[in-house]
Ligand binder design. Structure first.
Ligand code: MG
Length: 208
């Protein structure tokens, strides 16, 4: 079943902010992906022609289990039902043009197949959300090896912040940001993201 919404967090790891030559935010950076962009493990990421650079971004996602509105960080994790592995596929050149012009990133982030997500793992089976390792392999080569301990805003703070403004409903997905090591994908590649204790997500890439 598709989520009602996919809330994504941008710039939540210092080293990734550095590689994008961006600034550390004082509040979480929030954007949305349409749920129509979601695909499952093993499905193809389809890159339309003429986009320029398109990147993988390996991320931890949490899935809302219980409705959350105005929750405190202390209460927040009670509203998480599951965790999953997420790929925040990004048309980087399209995003850069939008950023420079001060325009929204929606197109760069929201294209069909740009939200691959693994099967969720019930949160009771997941180890400490602050002690996970997010690893991305491109064609078998390790490209990202990040620790959720390095998040600027941890999961409970993200949920509290989002729920002040947007109600979080069961099934909603929160993608918590990517560590450093993002890079380009092209047709014929395979992206594999794994988070020990959460799951594994493998998607072949089709396109130019
Ligand atoms: Mg991202």
């Amino acid at each position: 079943m598709r989520p009602g919404k996919i809330v994504c967090i941008g710039q939540n790891y210092r080293a990734h902010i550095k590689e994008l030559k961006s600034e550390v935010p004082s509040e979480p950076v929030i954007f949305l992906k349409p749920s129509s962009a979601q695909i499952a493990d093993r499905e193809e990421i389809l890159i339309p022609p003429g986009l320029g650079r398109v990147d993988y971004e390996g991320e931890l996602a949490v899935i809302v289990g219980r409705r959350a509105k105005n929750v405190t960080p202390k209460q927040a994790l009670k509203h998480v039902g599951a965790a999953a592995v997420f790929n925040d596929v990004t048309a980087r050149d399209v995003q850069s043009v939008a950023r420079k012009a001060g325009l929204p990133w929606s197109l760069a982030k929201g294209m069909d197949t740009f939200a691959p997500m693994s099967e969720p793992t019930p949160i009771v089976e997941v180890p400490d959300l602050r002690a996970l390792t997010v690893q991305t392999r491109l064609n078998g080569e390790l490209r990202q090896d990040g620790r959720t301990a390095d998040m600027i805003f941890p999961v409970e703070e993200l949920i509290a912040y989002i729920s002040k403004y947007m109600v979080l409903e069961p099934g909603d997905v929160i993608a918590t940001g990517t560590p450093e090591g993002v890079g380009a994908i092209k047709g014929g590649d395979t992206v594999e993201i794994s988070i020990k204790g959460v799951g594994r997500l493998t998607n072949p890439v089709k396109g130019p």
